[in-house]
Design a protein around this ligand. Structure first.
Ligand code: C5P
Length: 401
């Protein structure tokens, strides 16, 4: 979403300036063309050379610098921006913006821009709660400025409380969300992700290699596109995307309960979870002792959540996943039909770069009307975007019918 987008990163003076370096790295890694403006105070904390090297663009510092004004003036800088981020934003810079003071390059460029401005404040907790500051923030919010609130924690000044600059990943996510067209506004999207664990005894379980990466990428992308997102997740080691409603479960039975309790309000359900098909007939209360001979486990079938959703009379748009090691297309088409789905994402998990536990995937999308779309090897993030493009298109066709 940020590829080739022009972003201005305004950096004002506070101890958190070093975190803006990490934010810059995230922005450039995502393909954004970043121009950094630093205030005089910011330059006391980190040298402009760091920002210049990482942005591959000259850092802008002075309003009345003849050379940089000739090369790219502050007005043309302001005009070019798709998004303006100020991180960290001090109480001083926020106060100046709220009052219309434009006395340096950063405040002047903000004043001249038509782009959305995303402000990430960082300051001492008493400054943050000061009524003067609160008034300034309120005024800017009313005028359409966006804020990424600071976090609570130990502050550099020794105080505890709100005022710590939001994590670079959080500011980055807010920037991406701001630049993503809101094609899923009004939709409630439930995504299931990760494996399930079927307990054998207090210390052992049956599970699979699912990492949850595909489901989490889908949840993150749906959230960025303006959907209300519920993520029902089995045990994974991923951080939930900001803004999604996370419901954690362990077993297939728990996942079923979580999904069925929420499906009523959903318009789209994407079942990316690798649900265990079987569970032990009984979970032993005590740890099973090692025996000399063989140990036989009796397994019973788990509920097929997706098939149950397919049988609902008023059902949401249903997307299933088919992880296969052979007969990929035929197997997926059969599941699409049998489980009464709208779309199925088939992937060959025997390929080294696709399926479980990797960051990439190659898939085929199959639809009810027999259409098939081949998706070559790409990142799970990209595939999530592509899947949601089709979900959006299909949902709007369905609404028009
Ligand atoms: O039939 P199979 O398990 O291969 O189908 C995979 C699809 O069905 C996935 O979307 C998975 O999340 C879903 N599923 C389910 N409940 C199960 C097994 C699979 O919802 N018990």
């Amino acid at each position: 979403m940020l590829k080739d987008k022009k972003v201005i990163l305004g950096v004002s003076g506070g101890i958190a300036v070093y975190k803006a370096v990490e934010l810059l790295r995230l922005l450039t890694k995502a393909g954004a063309v970043v121009h950094v403006i630093m205030t005089r105070a910011a330059r006391e904390f980190v040298a402009p050379l760091t920002f210049q090297t990482l942005s591959s663009n000259p850092v802008h510092t002075e309003l009345f610098n003849l050379i940089s004004e000739q090369e790219i003036g502050h007005i043309s800088l302001a005009d070019r921006a798709a998004l303006f981020i100020i991180a960290p934003a001090t109480a001083n810079i926020i106060g100046k913006l709220a009052c219309g003071i434009a006395d340096d390059l950063l405040t002047t460029t903000v004043m001249a821009t038509k782009a959305k401005v995303l402000i990430a404040p960082a300051m001492n907790v008493n400054m943050y709660t000061n009524p003067v500051y609160r008034d300034n923030e309120e005024r800017l919010r009313r005028l359409g400025y966006l804020f990424v609130p600071p976090e609570k924690g130990e502050l550099a000044c020794g105080w505890e409380g709100e005022g710590k600059l939001a994590a670079p990943e959080t500011i980055f996510e807010a920037a991406v969300a701001e630049l993503t067209p809101k094609t899923l506004t009004g939709e409630t999207v439930l995504v299931t992700a990760g494996p399930t664990r079927e307990e054998i005894d207090p210390v052992r379980f049956i599970s699979n290699h699912s990492s949850g990466k595909m489901g989490y990428a889908l949840a993150r992308e749906a959230q960025r596109r303006g959907g209300r997102v519920i993520l029902v997740s089995g045990p994974v080691s991923l951080a939930p995307p900001p803004g999604v409603e996370l419901v954690t479960v362990e077993s297939a039975t728990e996942m079923r309960e979580a999904v069925m309790a929420r499906v009523g309000g959903c318009t789209v359900v994407i079942k990316a979870a690798a649900v265990a098909d079987y569970r032990p007939l009984e979970r032993e209360q005590a740890k099973i002792k090692k025996q000399t001979g063989e140990l036989t486990l009796r397994l019973v079938k788990n509920p097929d959540i997706l098939a149950e959703l397919g049988r609902l009379t008023e059902r949401p748009f249903l997307v299933g996943f088919a992880a296969e090691t052979d007969n990929l297309e035929a197997g997926a088409a059969k599941k699409l039909e049998e489980k009464n789905l709208d779309m199925i994402v088939a992937n060959d998990v025997s390929q080294p770069d696709a399926g479980f536990n990797v960051d990439t995937n190659a898939a085929r999308l199959l639809f009810r009307d027999g259409r098939m779309v081949e998706c070559p090897l790409m990142s799970k993030k990209e595939l999530a975007g592509l899947i949601l493009d089709y979900v959006t298109a299909e949902c709007s066709c369905r609404r028009q019918r």
